[in-house]
Design a protein around this ligand. Structure first.
Ligand SMILES: Nc1ncnc2c1ncn2[C@@H]1O[C@H](COP(=O)(O)OP(=O)(O)OP(=O)(O)O)[C@@H](O)[C@H]1O
Length: 310
């Protein structure tokens, strides 16, 4: 569990993070989203005690991370995959990390196998592709078998097969009861990866909730429902404040586009009233639209600040 409590970080006149509070729970993959410059890396560095907050506090499993000796056993973190000594071999790099954290040397071979780098173990890191460096960085996070894992933009540089592998790994780590916190500036990367989202813009919290609830915030967000109980469902959802419009349906039942309610809420209501749903989906564009709408101010701010044309 990571608890961020009214965290603020200023660099001179720039406020990188402002009064930020959220909780990252174990057993789930939580996506940490925000446009470039939103303050994600600064927040991750404060969680790890690498940056001193100007205000507020952050604890990992109840204590500031800095107070933990042998840190890799508590938190595995990958901030910058290219920040490694290129002259070392993959195995030597991991062995040095293991030694510094009193982790048995045997773990090195285990984690190399886990990330698919066994064949490259004796090669120098300098010759690695970005994707291989990401895998090596991920191997480092797993070394101490930690309950909490942090990743800053881990999908960068991975090919589609690598992305699929990382997603599977995150799911497994979460299913094992670990806390998994993954940053990205792209909603598309998170929609098949995360259960929960923490979204920030300009250093401030925009949302901390499930993907379904976040998707429902966009004004054009919609949930598609297929049912053979169209009349009853329309009445029910309308009474709950949803806007229900029929769509042209092929296949069984009728198809509706619902706005103003999350897919979770639609499912709960249908269940409570014993109405069978044949299909329930959040339109893929809803997440992206909600993200664009809710972070629009921070993106504009960034573009103006850096002098880019609007
Ligand atoms: N060491 C520093 N000194 C001065 N300003 C900094 C420093 N580190 C970050 N900033 C500023 O703080 C803000 C947040 O930066 P940060 O790197 O945390 O954002 P981010 O969300 O991780 O963005 P990106 O996805 O581009 O890495 C930016 O305006 C950045 O210029």
């Amino acid at each position: 569990m990571i608890e961020v409590n009214e965290l603020t970080k200023r660099y001179g006149a720039t406020t990188a993070v402002r009064n930020l509070s959220f909780t990252v729970r174990p057993g789930l993959v939580t996506g940490f989203l925000g446009p470039n410059g939103a303050g994600k890396s600064t927040t991750l560095r404060m969680i790890l005690g690498l940056n001193e907050p100007t205000g507020g506090s952050v604890t990992v499993d109840g204590r500031p991370f800095r107070d933990r000796p042998r840190g890799l056993r508590h938190v595995g973190a990958l901030l910058d995959a290219s920040d490694v000594h290129g002259g070392r071999t993959a195995a030597a790099h991991l062995a040095a990390l293991a030694r510094g954290n009193r982790i048995p040397r045997a773990r090195v071979d285990e984690v190399l196998r886990e990330v698919g780098l066994t064949a490259a173990a004796r090669r120098r890191i300098g010759g690695f592709s970005l994707g291989m460096k990401q895998r090596l960085g991920i191997a480092g996070t797993l070394l101490g078998d930690p309950p909490v894992l942090l990743f800053d933009e881990p999908l960068n540089g991975l090919d589609p097969e690598g992305v699929k592998w990382v997603r599977g790994l995150f799911r497994r780590l979460a299913a094992e009861g670990r806390t998994v916190f993954v940053s990205s500036h792209l909603m598309t990367e998170m929609e098949s990866t995360a259960d929960e989202l923490v979204v920030i813009g300009r250093g401030e919290l925009i949302a901390a909730e499930s993907l379904a609830d976040f998707a429902a915030r966009g004004t054009r967000a919609s949930v598609t429902v297929r049912t053979r109980a169209g009349v009853a469902l329309t009445e029910l959802l309308t009474a709950e404040g949803g806007d229900v419009r029929p769509l042209a349906a092929d296949g069984p039942g009728e198809l509706f586009a619902v706005t103003g309610l999350s897919s979770t809420r639609v499912a709960e209501l249908a269940f409570e009233h014993r109405l069978l749903l044949d299909e329930l989906t959040t339109s893929r564009s809803s997440l992206e639209e909600a993200f664009m709408e809710l972070t629009a101010d921070s993106v504009e701010y960034g573009a103006t600040e850096h002098g880019a044309p609007r």
